[in-house]
Design a protein around this ligand. Structure first.
Ligand code: GLC
Length: 746
């Protein structure tokens, strides 16, 4: 958070000294705003009973009436707070504005697949602009949990398995939301769910995980460190426990790692009901003890429940809780409200936005995060007059592409593949055999709820044209079509909170569809609309081309078709490993090396008797319609003294990347480091930097990476150290690159 001036700091102390104990605890309490009226809440605000509200998100309305109602209601509550509450402290109004507002962008995993922080920041600036004018000033986003387990439903909300990429993308989201924090068209961000939420046993939500300090500091904490450095004003703690300690009451993780080592000076809010869940987790016998443990642990604000409101004053007065704990939390809450300019500019006003620009940005990211995994015989890109046979459960889909936690969506902007095709191809023949009647979704949630029941009944929605691959059709196909395009995917309802899946393989009915299409002898192109990286071992060999499009939001169809028909040269890269089989979990690229020369990830030796142990496709992987050639990396020095590194000196690594094809294309130039010998086992390699330049056909781009303390060092027992010894710096197209140069720290 930006430093507040002395005048503001003294004003904060003055407020703390003026408020009663009850009113201070009120600032640590959050209430929901969806169940009452200005009158019912007005009295509680005048008494200073809560400092923030969780508000949901305004419903979308064509004429803006719902949004105006939402804005007016929260402005009215704010007016009471500013004019009639103790010390006139403004309220924060928070909601789950995760990756969309009017226009929907890709889920977190999809943003990470773009490897383009600037583009992501622009999209999140759009979300902030579109949302802030309707009344919210705070969002419970981004999700920065490191995901090693694709069974976990919320991996789709995360930025994948790499600490550095998640940090770069997450920091871009924070900057996009918060902007200049003048409280006109920005939102206060809230990176979540701190910490270890993506590491739970079996990918099962709300469960436990066991993370060593070493892995915590060097893998899981990294994205949060980047978000704190980017100025995130609030952080949400997570439901899970880490190594036998609930995060909600963990002094070690909240006061030690987050507020201490990372220097986070905003405030921590619990997750929903998480404070009272300390009873379930067996560390507190009642809500009074929950309140004590969470407040002492470092949770500055309780989301929605009232353990704090009910018990903190009594705990202070009985001498069981130091009042300074309360003062410190209130200080943090007030600092955030001042830093977010809520005292000087507490209300929200309507202003126009350029929705066409938002849609254009959505289309850009929905095409530039598409990952081309396979393209046998260069069957892609298609030409607009190619006769291709289109089928699959996602060909008509118009809801699941919005992903988990999507709300306030203008559904009129969303097209199915079938609808979007008409802009690109002259003729489309589609068999209309459905498994499930698909109601026209007019964007209202009653309809979508009905749709969900239908969808869940059929599990995977839409039509699966098994009939068309019968004997007769297949001969007709062979004579008349260039390829079959199958639009596969998962409904967004099987991603997100509390919907982990035990089996991440491709659903059987879609495997069957691929099998039948493959049996025709025609090339088969798999368009994968899965929010999470599902295991593709059963179908990979039957597909001639594979393009992964995530749940890509409003422009999901257009973005993918831009790639399929060559309007865009694919430049997405995998933010999370794609496995062959669920049995390989966990398998991620930046694990430490192994004892024997058997390393499953890198295909060394044999880890499983019954199948190949390497992943189907590795982290950072993705193809282009052109080709790129990397020169061997050059370094300006092969040795560097430890003292020079500590003084901030760096090694400059330079690589030339030539576009050796006929098409211009963006390449994600990835820089990895391996520390060969250290006190602790270091990753086989870890991503430390990347660039994504556009390189014209035949042109050469020179990439220069400065490798210094941050890239060579690691956290050990709370201290960031660099140790002497041999390092290799690799620069290449994905984590498998061997294009490296050795340097020595002496
Ligand atoms: C939920 C989620 C969290 C969300 C919060 C408020 O349980 O875990 O991501 O922001 O509650 O809705």
């Amino acid at each position: 958070m930006k430093k507040l001036d002395a005048k503001t700091e003294s004003r904060i102390e003055e407020i703390i000294n003026t408020l009663t104990l009850e009113q201070k605890v009120g600032q640590m309490n959050q209430f929901c705003s969806w169940a009452g009226t200005v009158e019912t809440y007005g009295e509680r605000i005048r008494r200073g009973e809560f400092g923030t509200m969780i508000c949901g998100v305004a419903n979308f309305s064509e004429d803006g009436s719902a949004e105006k109602g939402f804005r007016d209601f929260h402005n009215a509550l704010q007016k009471i707070a500013v004019e009639e509450s103790p010390c006139g402290i403004p309220l924060m109004f928070g909601g789950d504005v995760i990756h969309c507002y009017n226009v929907c962008y890709p889920v977190g995993m999809g943003s990470a697949a773009s490897f383009d922080p600037e583009l992501v920041e622009r999209c999140y600036r759009n979300i902030s602009e579109a949302c802030a004018r309707d009344g919210l000033n705070w969002t419970f986003s981004p999700v920065l949990d490191l995901a090693h387990d694709p069974r976990w439903g919320r991996c789709v909300e995360s930025e994948g398995e790499d600490p550095y990429l998640a940090g770069q993308i997450g920091a871009a989201m924070v900057r996009g939301f918060q902007k200049d924090l003048d409280n006109t068209d920005n939102l206060i961000s809230c990176p979540k769910h701190y910490i270890g939420y993506g590491a739970m046993d079996g990918g099962r939500d709300y469960h436990n995980c066991d993370i060593s300090d070493y892995f915590m500091e060097n893998w899981y904490a990294t994205p949060y460190r980047a978000a704190v450095d980017a100025g995130a004003l609030t952080v949400m703690s997570s439901f899970n426990s880490v190594s036998g300690e609930p995060v909600t009451s963990s002094k070690k993780l909240l006061r030690g790692l987050l507020k201490g080592q990372m220097g986070f000076d905003g405030f921590v809010i619990s997750d929903y009901d998480a404070v009272m869940q300390l009873v379930n987790q067996g560390v507190a016998e009642d809500l009074r003890e929950c309140a004590k443990l969470a407040a002492e642990g470092g949770v500055d604000m309780e989301m929605v429940q009232t353990s704090y409101l009910k018990y903190l004053c009594e705990l202070v007065r009985s001498g069981e809780l130091d009042e300074e704990v309360i003062n410190e939390s209130v200080r943090r809450v007030l600092r955030v409200k001042f830093a977010a300019n809520l005292f000087d500019n507490p209300y929200k006003e309507y202003y126009p936005i350029d929705i066409d620009r938002h849609v254009a940005d959505a289309r850009q990211i929905a095409s530039e995060n598409v990952v081309l995994l396979k393209n046998k015989n260069n069957i892609l890109p298609l030409k607009s007059d190619d006769r291709v046979f289109m089928a699959g459960p996602f060909f008509e889909e118009k809801i699941s592409q919005i992903g988990a936690w999507a709300s306030h969506i203008d559904f009129s902007l969303i097209h199915s593949y079938r609808e979007a095709l008409s802009d690109i191809v002259t003729m489309v023949e589609v068999e209309d055999e459905y498994d499930v009647d698909i109601p026209e979704n007019n964007g209202d949630f009653a309809q979508a709820k009905k749709y969900k029941e239908e969808a869940n009944k059929a599990c995977f929605i839409g039509h699966s044209n098994h009939a068309m691959f019968g004997e007769a059709i297949s001969h007709e196909l062979l004579d008349n079509y260039k390829a079959i395009v199958l639009f596969l995917g998962e409904v967004h309802y099987c991603t997100g909170e509390a919907v982990s899946v035990a089996d991440i393989n491709i659903p059987e009915d879609q495997v069957e569809l691929v099998r039948k299409a493959h049996a025709t002898g025609l090339p088969v192109i798999g368009v994968m609309n899965f929010g999470r990286p599902r295991a593709i071992g059963e179908i990979e060999h039957m597909l001639d081309a594979i393009v992964w499009g995530w749940h890509n939001g409003t422009m999901n169809a257009e973005g993918m078709l831009d790639v399929l028909y060559g309007k865009k040269n694919p430049c997405g890269r995998l933010p999370m490993t794609i496995l062959r089989h669920v049995g390989q979990i966990p398998l991620y690229y930046n694990a430490p090396n192994t004892a024997r020369r058997v390393n499953a990830y890198y295909g060394e030796g044999r880890s499983y008797f019954d199948m190949k142990s390497s992943p189907a496709y590795p982290f950072g992987y993705g193809l282009s319609y052109t080709t790129f050639e990397y020169s061997a990396p050059e370094t300006d020095r092969t040795e560097i003294a430890l003292s020079d590194i500590d003084a901030g000196e760096t090694v400059k690594i330079t690589v030339k990347v030539k576009n050796t094809g006929e098409l211009a294309g963006k390449e994600v130039i990835q820089c990895y480091v391996r520390d060969h010998f250290a006190t602790m086992m270091r990753p086989r390699r870890q991503l430390v930097k990347f660039e994504k330049p556009e390189i014209a056909a035949g042109e050469t781009y020179t990439a220069t990476f400065e490798i210094g303390k941050r890239e060579l060092g690691y956290w050990l027992n709370g201290e960031f150290i660099v140790e002497k010894g041999k390092f290799t710096v690799y620069v290449g197209e994905n984590c498998y690159t061997e294009n490296g140069v050795e340097i020595e720290v002496i």
